[in-house]
Design a protein around this ligand. Structure first.
Ligand SMILES: NC(=O)c1ccc[n+]([C@@H]2O[C@H](COP(=O)([O-])OP(=O)(O)OC[C@H]3O[C@@H](n4cnc5c(N)ncnc54)[C@H](OP(=O)(O)O)[C@@H]3O)[C@@H](O)[C@H]2O)c1
Length: 327
């Protein structure tokens, strides 16, 4: 099969399209014929061996994982003998971040826990946008953020995967919502439902005098005191990601900020795939649209990851995987 392989950390130039053996599923694994995948911060970080703190897990000097890609959508080709929930021919989607990565390839083996059935009316490209980003958005807004009707909500770093799903989920709760990102994404952000948009290069939302009941941050770059200042009394700030230093600062200072201001600073630890059934239901009921940037082809994965890393994308960068007998 064809796969995008990396054997050393570096820039997207180290990625190579190679012909390798098709994987064979273990007893508890499902072999998926990949039709689409999408790019995530995991891919951009792991490719460059960053953050360094994760090297004990992913390899000190060279990567232990040789095929990137955590979000996949495809068709079940074969199942191991202990697999109970899937059979050949099923159309599936899932986040493989706990199942060994490997989505940028024609086939991948995954634990059955990492997969869910794909609704029939959802394309593979749409399905590949959902697992990672939509779970971060649901769990950030609903589980950690305890979003409520009538609130003023803000999403920082709102033009990517988390923000474009987040706004649509938040709108189901009847909130007024602001999105913050760079200027070329603001029109797209309005089109997916943001009531107000802010160009972070022109305006600092932590200093504009507006107060928010809930802030979801995909790109934490400031001190937790800045975020607390932007919260209304009793407000909640949830970060799903950002600079490691800022996340550690948030972890250490959150109890003190709560003690003195009753404002909550929270960090989300993603539970992969937990809310896939909920997202499928929203999609089938026409409540959610997937924002696709691309699709790129499998041999264009290096370019797609570079584009993602430069922050030029809108919504999700999608890879469409064609198979020889389909072209
Ligand atoms: N909590 C967990 O367990 C967990 C697990 C996996 C991943 N994550 C994290 O979750 C996040 C995923 O977000 P995503 O997929 O939506 O990322 P994304 O698609 O890269 O979107 C982030 C957006 O933020 C914008 N941005 C960059 N700097 C900014 C700034 N200073 N202020 C405001 N916006 C800024 C980027 O655009 P420009 O570059 O054009 O400005 C981009 O549009 C990542 O931070 C990832 O590391 C968390």
């Amino acid at each position: 099969m064809k796969a995008i392989i990396f054997t050393k950390y570096g820039t997207p130039d180290v990625l190579e399209l190679k012909e390798i053996d098709k994987p064979v599923p273990k007893d508890d694994e499902v072999l998926v014929k990949v039709h689409a995948a999408s790019v995530n911060d995991w891919d951009w970080g792991l490719l460059r061996g960053k953050p360094l703190i994760l090297r004990p897990i992913y390899g000190f000097l060279k990567p232990r994982v040789n095929i990137l890609g955590v979000d996949v959508a495809g068709q079940v080709e074969a199942v191991g003998r202990n697999v109970k929930n899937f059979q050949p021919g099923d159309e599936v989607l899932g986040d493989l971040s706990e199942s060994g990565f490997g989505g940028f390839a024609e086939y991948v083996c995954a634990s059955e826990n990492a997969l869910a059935l794909k609704p029939a009316g959802m394309t593979f490209e749409e399905a590949a946008t959902i697992p990672h980003a939509a779970m971060l958005a649901v769990q950030g807004l609903v589980d950690k953020g305890q979003i409520k009707k009538g609130q003023k909500v803000l999403i920082n770093g709102a033009g990517g995967g988390v923000g474009t799903f987040g706004v649509q989920i938040a709108k189901l709760y009847g909130v007024e919502i602001t999105g913050v990102d760079s200027s070329d994404k603001l029109d797209m952000m309005r089109s997916v439902g943001f009531d107000h948009v802010i160009d972070y290069k022109q305006e600092d939302f932590t200093k504009n005098g507006q107060g928010y009941d809930l802030i979801l941050d995909a790109k934490t770059t400031r001190s937790p005191f800045d975020y607390a200042r932007a919260l209304n009394p009793g407000g909640i700030y949830v970060t799903v990601g950002g600079s490691m230093g800022r996340l550690l600062q948030a972890l250490v200072l959150a109890p003190w900020i709560f003690l003195f201001s009753k404002k909550s600073i929270r960090i989300l630890g993603l539970k992969p795939n937990k809310d896939l059934a909920y997202m499928n239901e929203l999609f089938e009921n026409g409540k959610i649209k997937c924002v696709i940037d691309g699709p790129f082809k499998l041999n264009e994965v290096p370019r797609a990851i570079q584009y993602f890393g430069e922050g030029k994308h809108k919504g999700k960068v999608v890879i469409s995987v064609e198979h020889a007998n389909e072209t």
